[in-house]
Design a protein around this ligand. Structure first.
Ligand code: UD1
Ligand code: MG
Length: 425
């Protein structure tokens, strides 16, 4: 099955990809003549996947917990705006795909090399659409929830500035293909607006079993806390970007983590009586709901077989959005537990990332066009490790296995929090 529908005149199996010169000779080619339409979005799959986490979320937010009407109203507004964002993103992705293709921003699907699908130019960097729609929703939302003297405004806008800066740097990376080492530090610049504006606490609660060793129950870390915030942003963005390369994996992992963050937030709001604590988690809901909704729209085009690629614009944007949500919601340790597969992938990647052993441009599995199966290579990624541990499989099956692993890591985190509650903190 071809990823993108070809024009009826071209032969599907033997036609070479449209030559670059054809596009570049005519700066404004007629869209109808040059650009075959994208395959339709896989909405059935996305609807089924969303039911898995939206049903429990709505139940907890609107039935199970006695949440104050004002807070419920704000959550309902955020849900409605995020759904609007989903529809807009769904509509805009095919439009933007045409434009990026015209500017030769595309990639070849490496895990389909040797098949006709491997020769199709897949539009790249569609994360730019998601980023813009997300920012518009998050900016407009302030109108409904914050008064002009609201304490939250400064940090909320600083968070949005970080996300916006990260989208810009991610897009720069997609266009200029920045060297790996420079890429690694980009998020530390993007995190600056929040680090400068952050006026929240810089102390951490020491886990109960460690209090005798540390000597105090609460430790003020001062500037070290801000350094930690910056490092968290660098980690979240890069760790999503390197756990990638399979159709649907970049967006799929973001969707699973965002859903876990959403449910964690509503559970914390439901279980607490402290208004400050509830506000921090509500704040996190307002930032994560549009991320989840717009990512679902992208997933419907990026799921196997991908008709668009998300680009580093998306991986950086999603990582930064999750990092600011964790920082401002004050649950960065929980966030890191949700990121368990990314932590494992990062640790396993270290020898190659730090050039102790050679690191090729793409650390992807080997694709066999005859059988359509992927085989794990020696490159240190979770993708390859899964193939070596569980045997050869299709790209789609491998992506599903990795997303199930992500969901299991999130469930483990919920279980750990439940078991350790009271004893740990
Ligand atoms: C990171 C990884 C690299 C991996 C790449 C895949 C490290 C150090 N870098 O690099 O190993 O190969 O992501 O995204 O771990 N692509 C596909 N199928 C997909 C998604 C992407 O074939 O489902 C290919 C396309 O050719 C696409 C390209 O990957 O154009 C995008 O790669 P890019 O995001 O630029 O790679 P990096 O983030 O630098
Ligand atoms: Mg990438």
């Amino acid at each position: 099955m071809a990823t993108r529908r070809r024009p009826p005149s071209s032969s599907t199996s033997s036609a070479p990809p449209i030559a670059d010169e054809v596009r570049s000779r005519d700066p404004k080619p007629s869209a109808a003549a040059e650009d075959p339409p994208l395959a339709p979005p896989k909405l059935g799959f996305v609807a089924a996947a969303s039911a898995l986490f939206f049903v429990p979320f709505f139940y907890l937010a609107f039935v199970h917990y006695p949440i104050e009407p004002d807070l419920r109203r704000s959550i309902a507004i955020s849900v409605a705006m995020s759904f609007g964002g989903f529809l807009v993103a769904l509509r805009m992705i095919p439009v933007a795909a045409r434009y990026v293709l015209r500017r030769n921003l595309f990639g070849y699907d490496i895990n389909k090399r040797g098949t006709p699908q491997g020769t199709v130019k897949v539009p790249e960097s569609l994360g730019i659409v998601i980023g813009i729609v997300y920012l518009v929703i998050a900016i407009l939302f302030q109108h409904f929830n914050f008064t002009s003297d609201s304490n939250w405004l400064v940090e909320y806008n600083a968070a949005l500035a970080c996300i916006c800066f990260m989208i810009l740097l991610g897009f720069v990376d997609d266009v200029l293909d920045i060297p790996w080492r420079v890429k690694l530090v980009l998020p530390s610049f993007a995190a600056l607006p929040l680090l400068m504006a952050y006026a929240g606490h810089t102390s951490i609660i020491i886990p109960k079993p460690l209090i005798p060793y540390v000597g105090v129950p609460v430790l003020d870390l001062g500037w070290i806390y801000k350094l930690y915030m910056g490092m968290l942003a660098v980690f979240c963005t890069n760790s999503i970007n390197i756990h990638a390369g399979l159709n649907g994996l970049e967006v799929g992992q973001t969707v699973v983590i965002s859903a876990a963050v959403l449910i964690h937030n509503i559970m914390q709001i439901g279980a607490s009586t402290d208004p400050e604590y509830k506000q921090a988690h509500a704040f996190s809901i307002y930032l994560v709901l549009p991320l989840l909704a717009t990512s679902l729209a992208l997933l419907s085009y990026n799921w196997y077989p991908s008709s668009v690629f998300v680009g580093d614009t998306y991986t950086y944007f999603a990582g930064m959005a999750l990092a600011v949500v964790g920082i401002l919601g004050h649950f960065s340790e929980t966030l890191l537990l949700f990121f368990l597969p990314q932590v494992l992938n990062f640790l396993y990647s270290c020898p190659q990332l730090f050039k102790i052993i050679p690191c090729p441009r793409h650390r992807l599995p080997k694709f066999d066009p005859q059988t359509g199966l992927l085989t794990g290579t020696k490159d240190g990624t979770l993708v390859n490790l899964f193939l070596r541990l569980f045997g050869r499989c299709t790209e789609r099956a491998l992506c599903i296995k990795l997303l199930i692993f992500q969901a299991m890591a999130c469930l483990l985190c919920f279980w750990l929090r439940y078991i350790l509650a009271g004893w740990y903190k």
